[in-house]
Design a protein around this ligand. Structure first.
Ligand code: CU
Ligand code: CU
Length: 410
């Protein structure tokens, strides 16, 4: 209780530019204010409010020890998840008597950085920056730290893990953004399943330059891979075993661009050796299938639509994509191959859901999973995902009894 009261005493730090030095690079510390998490697997969030002039983030310097912090994530938010200086957050957060539970962001969450396992500093490419504060819709930056092992804190230790942002007030010519591909769906007991998503590139006149990627799954993920499909040709953005440190890695195809007419696609290959089915959801017992693309653009207009979610198995696969020529026949052979191994993991044949009842069931499960996703996403994001999924739900054709996927790129 004392710890809680002490923590409540802190106020948000304001990110103010040093007077009269608007183009001098500044370091901004976003560090936990001497917290004492006492339960293993505590996720704590801490925020800073940005000031009313545009700030450009050009690099991230982690200050953490992998023996204390399992991972750290930085989110930009329109509104932070809590008014508190420190709160219990994160998709897998269990109730914690010491800290109030709240989502990372209340609205407009945008992931901008991830650190794990003593990853080194990340410096964005030359002239590239995340534009935050000022007139952007990122008014706060929230640091999330996952404390896996808390023994140090049981004996009175305190923690200041966090990230030092390298910032400047000087306008930089290239803006950075993150695009997230993911699925809903479920993985039957004792099976290997492909969770797939694909979307037509949403930018109209925009060209994006992917330069880094990150994968995320829980315990069943074996390979997560992402692609750009242009004129029926597949190019890999990244492919990773999600059990490896979940940080941003360099894109595997350098100097790639994505523009109107291209398709972005991702697959998570999941292995469920358990006796029960596992669905996408918010806790560690559930699963997730996420592929993040970090990109830059010329100018500062990044993508408005930054999510590509599908209903996932058993209702949606790449074969159901209707938004362009995905040319599945030309897909790479190693999509489901764990890097460093030489054989792909092959999906188990599963029953197709043909019955109305089964279909209804699947939709119900999906809705439950969506509710937990709500905790993570703001209204705008969820709205766009729901709109997307609504378009993709199987619809009954008038003339016959077959289902088709009414996703149209118009
Ligand atoms: Cu972690
Ligand atoms: Cu997750």
């Amino acid at each position: 209780m004392l710890a809680l009261l002490v923590l409540l005493g802190f106020t948000s730090v304001s990110l103010a530019a040093p007077a009269g030095s608007s183009d001098v690079p500044a370091k901004v510390d976003l560090l936990m204010p001497d917290v004492q998490p006492k339960l293993p697997d505590t996720y704590l969030c801490h925020k800073i409010k940005l000031d009313s002039t545009d700030t450009y983030i050009t690099g991230f310097v982690p200050n953490a020890d992998m023996n204390i912090a399992h991972h750290m994530l930085l989110y930009g938010c329109l509104e932070p998840g809590s008014d508190k200086n420190v709160w219990n957050c994160g998709e897998m957060a269990a109730p914690n008597p010491l800290f109030e539970s709240a989502p990372t962001c209340k609205s407009g969450p945008k992931i901008i950085y991830a650190w794990a396992m003593d990853a080194p500093s990340l410096v964005l490419p030359k002239d590239v920056a995340f534009k935050v504060g000022g007139h952007t819709d990122i008014k706060y930056i929230v640091l999330q730290v996952h404390y896996k092992n808390v023994t140090k804190f049981l004996n009175g230790g305190k923690d200041r893990s966090g990230i030092t942002l390298q910032t400047t007030k000087k306008s930089l010519p290239r803006g950075a953004g993150v695009y997230l591909l993911g699925t809903m769906g479920s993985i039957p007991a004792h099976s290997t399943v492909y969770m797939e998503t694909a979307c037509p590139f949403p930018g109209k006149n925009l060209v994006i330059h992917p330069f880094a990627y990150r994968t995320h799954a829980h315990t069943l993920g074996r390979v997560v891979s992402g692609y750009r499909i242009r004129d029926g040709k597949w190019a890999e953005v990244g492919r990773m075993d999600p059990r490896k440190p979940e940080m941003f890695y360099n894109a595997t195809t350098p100097h790639m661009t994505v523009k109107k007419g291209d398709i972005l696609a991702a697959r998570c290959t999941m292995e469920n050796g358990l006796d029960h089915d596992v669905a996408i959801g918010a806790t560690q017992k559930d699963e997730m299938c996420n592929f993040y693309i970090m990109y830059w653009v010329e100018g500062d207009h990044i993508l408005d639509k930054s999510y590509c979610f599908s209903p996932g198995p058993p209702t949606w696969y790449w074969a159901d994509f209707k938004g362009g020529d995905i040319n599945l026949a030309a897909r790479p052979k190693d999509i489901s191959t764990i890097p460093g191994t030489d054989k792909p993991l092959v999906a188990t044949e599963t029953e197709k859901f043909g019955e109305m009842a089964a279909e209804d069931n699947a939709e119900q499960e999906e809705d439950v999973a969506l509710e937990s996703l709500l905790d993570q996403l703001g209204a705008d994001e969820l709205g766009s995902i729901l709109g997307d999924m609504e378009d993709r739900r199987p619809q009954r054709r008038e003339e016959d009894d077959e289902y088709y996927y009414g996703y149209d790129n118009n």
